[in-house]
Design a protein around this ligand. Sequence first.
Ligand code: NDP
Length: 294
Amino acid sequence: MTAKIIDGKVIAAEVREKVKEAVAERVKAGKQVPGLATVLVGENPASQVYVRSKRKACAEVGIESFGFELPATATQQEVESLVKELNADPKIHGILVQLPLPSHLDDQAVLGAISIEKDVDGFHPLNIGRLAMKGRDPLFVPCTPAGAMVMLEKTLPTLAGVNAVVLGRSNIVGMPVALLLIRANATVTICHSRSNDLPGICRGADVLIAAVGRPEMVKRDWVKPGAVVIDVGINRIEDPNAPKGSRLVGDVAYDEVAEVAGAITPVPGGVGPMTIAMLMQNTLRGAELADAKA
Ligand code: NDP
């Protein structure tokens, strides 16, 4: 069997197009242009690239972006004061604090200072808590897990009753994606660095989500024939044959797993583009929440 490729670029373009149309409709109706504030602390080159691409995506869909850069020496109080100013700014409907923050800063306190109505990354403890509670809904769902769910919804007629295995339990990916799968009525197993017999657990999965940050860890014989595999991992590995001497791979050994899986996301071009598209969707939602309050 050769797996169907779940093309993140195509699905992300569809999501961004819908956001673009909705933003244009808002403008036509005289409503406020959605605004996203990006907060970058320090000069981590990967973070600079991520923030640049998020701001570029904003421009493409008509969302206004406001970039804030603080030096690596910024204090906890300075970062939290900026967040509070942004909370109060009516032009801003989403606040994105790019992680990781320099190690002297308490990232949980910074994320907790973001107004839940502007928490477009969905990392505020209240939004995560609501995600975990029956009968409650978060105002925002974290972007990468939300993107993975859109890809699954496009691939399977239903997630009800499917056996889903999530590799990884981080606050950013593993845990929220597991909570979303439960909300979609899947039966979910969450694995982590202390789990025994990962290959055996994975072989029981109809849907396998890999979010561990270990290059090509998931092998062909870990995957049930026909399973849907969503590879969240982004890992740079050395490759003397690649133009830059390195290349990106996921947490799944793509070539061999694609021979047994029913469908699979590539890296790059899989979950990555979805993350930014979902951020655009969340920022639009932030503007809609602000309309509803006005
Ligand atoms: P974290 O390092 O925060 O979490 C990794 C998780 O994997 C932890 O729960 C850890 O277990 C578990 N883990 C690590 N090693 C093993 C192992 N050998 N066996 C089983 N479990 C293991 O990473 P993130 O969740 O932030 O990111 C995961 C991957 O996804 C990374 O490659 C990252 O680059 C990528 N990513 C991609 C995004 C995208 O847009 N596509 C966005 C965000 C992340 P334990 O809890 O026990 O330590």
